[in-house]
Design a protein around this ligand. Structure first.
Ligand code: MN
Length: 410
């Protein structure tokens, strides 16, 4: 696809992407936008100019404070908007060329939460991550618990503390149990990130209804990068027997642009063979994994960024279709805007580990930073940035970044 707009060839936001998000510019109020190259495009302005008239979509939905109502229009309309924008960007005689106020420099806008998240679930679907953590806390032969290869393990997380990129967090406080003393309360000492991706549910179900793996993709609107902040010392003490609680609920950071499943279609790849065979409701056909390259940078207070991890979403053992099928297999209903995160995405090699817990092997190794500093876990004023993109045959579709600085405990 050739466009009259100047887009860098290495941009995550090529004409093949056309993601959706919520932005404000000056005192404009919240608007739906898309991102093309270094520009945010005001979809309310495009709708007002009649670009979506043929789709029968009024301009009102484009000044909502979240994407939820837009997503509710259904994929034929939302992808219709995406393809109408792509067509206009290719058309040398498009009226859009004169609509200069609709194109705003990305550095001049404020990005907001793209969706209203009513419920958030976090899975644990990377076999390399689950094996590494099992080896650290149990032993090599029993690294994976007996259920792990039979169902996508997950827990219900906290939706209220999901925040967009650029929002700083304070080091969480909590109860911890040092090995040689009674429990204490204070700032967490072992703060960690988790490199994850999350999908946004695009179609509501009724209570009692289950989604099959074959239908699951119809129920997924798109994806974001997801940093599932974790306080390892709080987690270690609190998680038995009901799983993660306050060690996880203080914050999760997401990238602000929701990349649609249509834009990611070209990145589909076959997942690894699942042995033993899974139960029929979890079986699937065709490729359901996605080749999305992921990187994590740690920027210390001196301003230097070190890439400390490079992984890929294709390594997931359980895919999103299986996660959604399992999630609804008991009749639990899902809503538009619900977010379901993958779990830490580690790969098979040491440089591919998706959290500090694995990178420092539970604090037994140091991670070397460019400026000469070392880390085992995250220090105050460190900034964690996650990047992700798919690339194939000259097409690049990416997520931009999710960036968060850690400030001292309040
Ligand atoms: Mn997680």
């Amino acid at each position: 696809m050739k466009t009259w707009l100047d887009i860098d060839k290495d941009s995550d936001f090529s004409i093949y992407n056309i993601p959706f998000g919520i932005f404000s510019h000056g005192d404009s109020g919240l608007r739906l936008g898309t991102r093309v190259g270094d520009h945010v495009v005001d979809l309310h302005a495009l709708a007002a100019a009649g670009l979506f008239d043929k789709l029968g979509i009024g301009k009102e939905v484009f000044s909502n404070s979240s994407l939820n109502n837009f997503i509710a229009l259904g994929k034929s309309k939302t992808n219709g908007v995406r393809t109408a924008i792509q067509a206009a960007l290719q058309d040398e005689s498009s009226d859009l060329k004169n609509l200069t106020t609709a194109f705003i420099k990305a550095s001049d806008v404020q990005m907001h939460m793209p969706v209203e998240v009513k419920d958030y679930t976090d899975f644990y679907s990377s076999i390399d991550h689950a094996t590494n953590v099992g080896m650290m806390f149990r032993d090599k032969d029993n690294a994976l618990l007996p259920n792990w290869k039979h169902l996508p393990v997950g827990y219900h997380g906290r939706a209220s503390s999901i925040i967009p990129s650029g929002t700083n967090i304070h080091r969480p406080k909590g109860q911890m149990k040092p090995t040689d003393s009674d429990p204490v309360y204070g700032p967490c000492r072992l703060l960690d990130f988790e490199l994850e991706m999350a999908f946004v549910v695009g179609k509501q179900t009724k209570i009692g209804q289950s989604i099959s793996t074959a239908d699951a993709m119809d129920h997924i609107f798109g994806m974001v990068l997801f940093n599932d902040w974790s306080a390892r010392d709080i987690q270690k003490w609190e998680y038995i027997p009901l799983g993660p609680f306050l060690a996880k609920s203080f914050a999760s950071s997401i990238s602000p642009w929701v990349v649609t499943m249509e834009a990611l279609e070209f990145a589909k790849v076959q997942g690894q063979k699942q042995e033993p065979a899974v139960l029929p409701y979890l079986q699937y056909e065709g490729p359901h994994n996605f080749d999305i390259k992921l990187d994590v940078g740690l920027t210390s207070q001196d301003g230097q960024e070190t890439i400390i991890c490079g992984s890929n979403f294709k390594y997931m053992y359980w895919n999103m279709s299986q996660q959604l099928a399992h999630h609804t297999s008991n009749g639990c209903n899902v809503n538009i805007g619900d977010m379901m995160a993958s779990g830490t995405i580690s790969g098979p090699e040491a440089g591919m580990f998706g959290c500090m817990l694995e990178l420092s092997w539970a604090g037994s190794k140091t991670i070397q930073l460019k400026g000469g500093e070392e880390r085992k876990f995250i220090a105050d004023y460190d900034t964690i940035t996650m990047y992700g993109h798919a690339e194939k045959d000259g097409k690049r579709v990416g997520f931009g970044e999710v960036r968060t600085q850690v400030l001292p405990a309040l």
